[in-house]
Write a protein that binds this ligand. Structure first.
Ligand code: 13P
Length: 269
């Protein structure tokens, strides 16, 4: 995943058995054959191996939704990055809102997981976002600053450029509500500025920033047209291959509109 190309990640959460996963991917692949968008699927642990087999030699990348921060150890029921990697995962979601709020993961633990994923050579997708209460109090930027600076503390620049950020306002997840495109752009620009402060402008510009929360085929074009949106993270609407393929097809319009707009701006300046 890079900031130059556009990325869509489907997060299946706790849906689909291994067989359902392979049926889905077989249905999806012909629908996205000619896309220039990077397509990723974060599937349940039990589907990683079979999904990665079906996706082999296709541009589709398979990843996980969580991992432990230890390399290995006596942690009953947990899963290590090296296990995910060998099963076929090339990336891992870390600090998803449901991990933070249902399973009480804090920024320090998420930081350790980011470090471990980098050590285990799995691309970390660090999820951040404010709750409705913080949003209502105008504290979005404060929350995001804290989440980013704790999770990414002490990471060297060359490692930081492998990280992906997914901004998911907690109140937009599964609610059908989304911020306006102007609000999304404002927050993404803020995230870009924080990344620039942490790692320097050059690395800050390279890190892809994805938006997540109630992304659908109907709103993706507009969201994708925001300047600092480099991709989207899709939950519910990724569960059906036709709907997910529609999102991917509709993104191209928004992303290419953005490129055209940028080119025009470059010419006039
Ligand atoms: P929805 O797309 O269902 O709102 O979920 C977003 C999400 O949590 C993706 O990680």
């Amino acid at each position: 995943m890079t900031a130059e190309s556009f990325t869509v990640i489907g997060n299946w959460k706790m849906y689909k058995t291994s067989r359902q996963a392979t049926d889905y991917i077989e249905a999806l692949l012909p629908l996205i054959e000619n896309t220039k968008v990077n397509v990723y699927l974060a599937v349940p642990y039990t589907s990683i191996h079979s999904a990665a087999q079906v996706a082999k030699e296709t541009p589709l990348q398979i990843g996980a939704q969580n991992m432990n921060d230890a390399r290995e150890g006596a942690f009953t029921g947990e899963i290590a990055g090296l296990m995910l990697k060998e099963a076929g995962a090339s990336f891992v979601l870390l600090g998803h809102s449901e991990r933070r709020h249902v399973f009480k993961e804090g920024d320090e633990l998420i930081h350790k997981k980011v470090i471990r994923a980098l050590q285990d050579d799995i691309q970390p997708v660090l999820c951040i976002g404010e709750t409705l209460a913080h949003h209502g109090k105008g504290k979005t930027q404060e929350v995001i600053q804290e989440q980013l600076s704790t999770a990414l503390q002490g990471i060297p620049k060359e490692e930081a450029s492998k990280v992906v950020i997914a901004y998911e306002p907690v109140w937009a997840i599964g609610s059908g509500q989304t911020p306006t495109v102007e609000q999304i752009q404002k927050t993404h620009a803020f995230i870009r500025a924080v990344l620039g402060e942490l790692f320097g402008e050059r690395v800050g510009k390279k890190i892809p920033i994805l938006y997540g929360g109630s992304v659908k085929p109907e709103n993706v074009f507009e969201i994708a047209s925001a300047k600092d949106v480099n991709g989207v993270l899709v939950g519910g609407a990724s569960l059906d291959p036709q709907t997910f393929a529609s999102i991917i097809q509709n993104i191209v319009g928004g992303a290419s509109k953005k490129r055209v707009t940028r080119k025009k701006k470059e010419k006039t300046t």
